[in-house]
Design a protein around this ligand. Sequence first.
Ligand SMILES: Cc1ncc(COP(=O)(O)O)c(C=O)c1O
Length: 419
Amino acid sequence: MTPFNFSSRTDWDLLPNELTMRVTEHRRRGRRLLDLTESNPTRCELSYPGGKILGALLQPENLSYEPTPPGLLQAREAVAGYYESTAGHRIDPKQILLTASTSEAYSFLFRLLAEPGDQILVPRPSYPLLDFLARLNDVDLKAYTLEYRQGWHVDLNSVEHGLTPRTRALLVVNPNNPTGSGIRAQEREALTTFCRDHQIALISDEVFLDFEFEDSPSSGSPHTELPGTSSRPSPERTRLRSLVGGTEALTFCLNGISKMLGLPQMKLAWIASSGPPAALTAALERLEVIADTYLSVGTPVQHALPTLLHEVRDTMCQQILTRVRSNLRALDERVAQTAGLCERLMADGGWSAVLAIPRTKTEDAWVFEWLDRDEVLVHPGYFFDFESEGHIVLSLIPPEAVFREGIDLIFSRIEKVLK
Ligand SMILES: Cc1ncc(COP(=O)(O)O)c(C=O)c1O
């Protein structure tokens, strides 16, 4: 019999990679695992205010269904409030459209902006889900380079070179996963001008924006303050800054509660759109029809959103931020003891750290050795398309004790092998 015909866009190589196979076998044998790739916040021993979160879902309105394609107004107003209190930017709630996840937001935007075969400029290194999202939406990704020169920088030449008549959008991940690099003021200006001049959209994925590594010089990170409790932050105080509200280019900022509140299971994210009025109006109208086609965001989480943003965000953001900073400090202290064998690459924020490791063997060889001999799991850099070998990526959200023990084993192994 001839095989059944499936679409070529789903023609994936579904065989697990070698690392996945080894981890499965490791677990099957019942060995313990210090998982420094863990990125699911609900598995990281964070203290969720369960009563508040579940209470927010217990609303009688949840028993009726009023389909609202862009999302319930009170939920969109709460998102607008978030931008006002954190970025000091007032955005009309009508410019906010709710989606079930940031991944879905990407799909909506690719559908909005691109014909099959059109191109989206994306940073490299970055996170692998983008490849899947592009393929499922029939668009091609064209990489521009993030260069590491005492910190990550957008290689603006590579952006220019990546442009073709089929380019429809430029994507920034701000801060990027896994490099943790935010978009600097000059880069923001250059990229906005580029998008405006070439009539392409600017998409800014800001799911990690609230997790800045270093405290701002003055009163702490403005991104962790509750609405109404802070003086308006001056944008210069923080290196991580939302692109929300940009009017030069058609701009779409993506965020959601999956990372911001550590609640990926709630399935709520959004697109905050802005730009030149005519293009913005058309974009909002079309996005609304896309959203109407799926109506994918559940009613209970929309009703809960104001409470989640006003009463849960501060405590969750603060906890995750404390975790991330504490693990990063532990990593830096351990790096400092290795006498130059390793380097933690500079970054602005996010949930991961990149470690440059000795290139005496391949990334895989190191990663397999840590797994097999030390029971520690990390990701090799090539999973994220680093330009050269010699990197690993560590999640910064595992519990401190797990993280510290894990990195200690990693560095002890490096020292043993190289000394
Ligand atoms: C940079 C970045 N954007 C978006 C997502 C997807 O987030 P969501 O859970 O909202 O789909 C991820 C997931 O890890 C991510 O790393």
